[in-house]
Design a protein around this ligand. Sequence first.
Ligand code: ADP
Length: 394
Amino acid sequence: MKILVANLGSTSLKYRLFEFEGTEEKLLTRGGFERVTEYPAAIDACLDELKAGGFIQNQQDLAAVGFKPVVARGVTGCVRMDEKVLQAMEDYSSMAPAHNPPYITGVRIFSQKMPQIPMIGLFETSFYQWAPEAAMRYAVPESWYKEGVRRWGFHGASHKFMAERSAELLARPDIANRVRNLYVTKTPAPVAGANLRVVSCHLGGSSSLTAILNGVGICNSLGMTPQAGLPQNNRVGDLDSFAIPFMMRRQNLSTDEVERQLCKESGLKGLSGGFNDMRDIRAQALGNNPHAQLAIDVFVWQARHWLGAYYLEMNGLDGLVFTAGIAENNPWLREQICRNLDHLGIKIDPIKNNQAIGIEALISTDDSQVKIYVIPTNEELVVAREVKRFLENH
Ligand code: ADP
């Protein structure tokens, strides 16, 4: 079974082609196009590349095209991307203005170009379908809540991958299996035995922590939009909502200008004085740039804040996992997040930690109660796996 996973940006199309055979899963090829102005032409070019490489003979060789859409009104999980779903995404376009519009356009064009091929989407909000309401609600009037002002949670594909893999590594095949079938059964299977408590730290271009209880996401530091929790590369993290009317009045800023500054001039870039890549921020901090050091300190503080909250909520922790560009490649940052937590049973091993760069590894000491892992994420593979499960069950 061959599944094409398409990542749609406003001017880019990236793709990966996976093949599943029995228990084997293989990445056959990957590619992409930047500065796309004509989406239909880019889709043709993608299919041409797949044919030229001998990966498919024609589009009928594809069992499905998979997508990773962000958010839609009243829709989540792994679903067929029909017109009803696309309209539900349109309804929330202003919640994810950089993401929803290109996805809606892209999926429509894919459907026109490939009418026989199922278009399947795995929503980023899917992993939080069973989160307790108290964890997801903001204290706003009911009318705001009805419009969608609540915590949704994102990075669902990545955190689900972490849930499944950490359960395997922590010798809980029952939980790994529960995770695998979450979107198929729609109701998480009952759990026998002790709770499995994991915190997943996805730290990259955008960052979030998720509490995972028995394989199910029960809270995520991203909120109603992907502009909450930790400082993101250019986007603000948590912010007191009253800062917005205050600054609008103070500097006579328009709504668009506030949105621009919070999306493009904030986060690590705002704090560090212009650097949005952790490699540059680290180099600047080592060169005694105090703003860059502050950006790192705020990032670490925020990560520990959520880690502490989730530790408390789950009454302890069995696994702490690190993933995505920043967390996979920067041992010094993992060490800072885990510093001084031995009284909570979290002990990082400096040697193992320093050796784990971009690879899966156990990085806690032998006597650490909490097992700490680096687990490289693979969001496209998660999408492909879920699409495969969807096809097998529908
Ligand atoms: P995205 O969310 O855009 O997919 P990534 O998960 O790739 O982003 O994370 C991007 C971040 O990861 C950047 O801040 C970058 O500094 C950091 N990063 C990526 N690769 C490395 C590396 N080899 N060494 C250090 N930091 C890295």
